[in-house]
Design a protein around this ligand. Structure first.
Ligand code: TXA
Ligand code: MG
Length: 331
């Protein structure tokens, strides 16, 4: 493997590399995926090595259109089909019983597999041209914030992967909603842009103990949620309110800190970097790149305004809580 991953703009070349069992990072509407042929044990082993990912954390398998579902699963339940028809292509992963041709390492030994059809033109063309089920975890070193720009992917994977499709993500900016569809009713395993409220409003049958607040997780069913996630080098401090920001400003030097929140903050000029987003959607889209930029600037602290849980806010709050070392509340 060459030292630097090849930066590609040609999708045919990227598809050829995937078919030749190489690792290719590609943009989606959520975050970058690190793609590999899900039917090749060698390629999948390389993905785990490149990411430094624990072997029991399963990978999501990506396809280019719903017609390709039988590359991944033996059959689809009416529930899985309903979800895929309603929200794909889009930021949704449905967990179903797997097909045997998907190698064991992809699913971490589980009898189930996550299927996702990304809604990003580059990802879609790549997957359709490759014609393979493509296993792709988020393209970041394990435990680090996900990547939404090809430059961030390049930073994490020098000497570790073959190629990067050098386009950026465009879309919601947080990982897909993972929904378990192996039972009669659906269960959200990881919150994302497709919210539980949307599923309830669409009359999708849901288990009763579903994630109500948007920041709970199901530790047994979704193995990935056990591990540390999204952690930059700087210490992330989550602030419940402006009052908390005021208190923190007495404890730390704001010149060593970055800040992200919605709307203007009184002390913006005192920060090393201050991002005032107009709404939750913009906050979510820019969240991972903001964490990474803060590290590049050498920030000691990253101050994050805790978001409300409406819309994508539930997913954003989930990622904020996982990234945070400290949570400052009003009380
Ligand atoms: O938006 C996304 O989903 C991105 C893009 C690249 O598609 N991918 C992504 O992959 O976030 P990753 O590997 O970072 O997260 C996959 C999550 C993990 O929490 C994993 O445990 C869960 O999905 N998962 C995958 N297969 C599963 C399965 N069979 N059963 C339960 N959870 C599963
Ligand atoms: Mg990930």
């Amino acid at each position: 493997m060459s030292n630097r991953p090849a930066l590609l703009t040609d999708i045919d070349t990227a598809a050829r590399l995937l078919k030749a069992q190489k690792l290719v990072a590609f943009p989606t509407e959520t975050v970058f995926g690190l793609g590999a042929d899900a039917t090749s044990a060698e390629a999948i082993e390389q993905v785990f090595v490149a990411k430094g990912r624990p072997a029991d954390n399963p990978l999501i398998v990506h396809i280019g259109s719903l017609e390709q579902w039988d590359l991944v699963a033996e059959s689809l339940s009416p529930l899985a089909l309903q979800l895929l028809r309603s929200y794909s292509p889009g930021p949704l992963t449905v967990v179903v019983r797997r097909k045997k041709s998907i190698v064991d390492a992809v699913t971490g030994g589980l009898p189930t597999v996550g299927i996702r059809i990304p809604n990003h033109p580059i990802a879609q063309q790549l997957l359709l041209k490759a014609g393979l089920p493509v296993a792709a975890p988020s393209a970041n070193r394990s435990g680090k914030p996900s990547c939404t720009t090809w430059k961030s992917v390049q930073e994490d994977f020098v000497g570790r992967i073959d190629a990067i499709l050098a386009y950026d993500c465009q879309g919601c900016g947080l990982e897909s909603t993972v929904v378990d569809c192996t039972g009669e009713k659906a269960r959200v395993l990881r919150p994302g842009a497709i919210t539980e409220q949307m599923l309830l409003d669409a009359n999708i049958p849901m288990v009763d103990d579903h994630i109500a607040s948007g920041h709970g997780v199901e530790p047994v069913l979704s193995p990935g949620t056990r591990y540390p996630h999204y952690q930059p080098q700087a210490c992330v401090i989550l602030l419940e309110s402006e009052q908390c920001l005021h208190r923190q400003s007495h404890e730390i030097n704001l010149k060593c800190a970055t800040y992200a929140g919605i709307g203007p903050v009184p002390q913006s000029s005192k920060f090393l970097l201050c991002r005032e987003f107009p709404d939750i959607d913009e906050y979510a889209k820019n969240f991972y790149e903001f964490l990474r930029t803060s590290d590049r600037l050498g920030a000691q602290y990253i101050l994050l305004q805790l978001t409300a849980t409406s819309g994508i806010g539930g997913a954003l709050r989930d990622r904020q809580l996982r990234a945070a070392s400290k949570y400052v509340t009003d009380s």
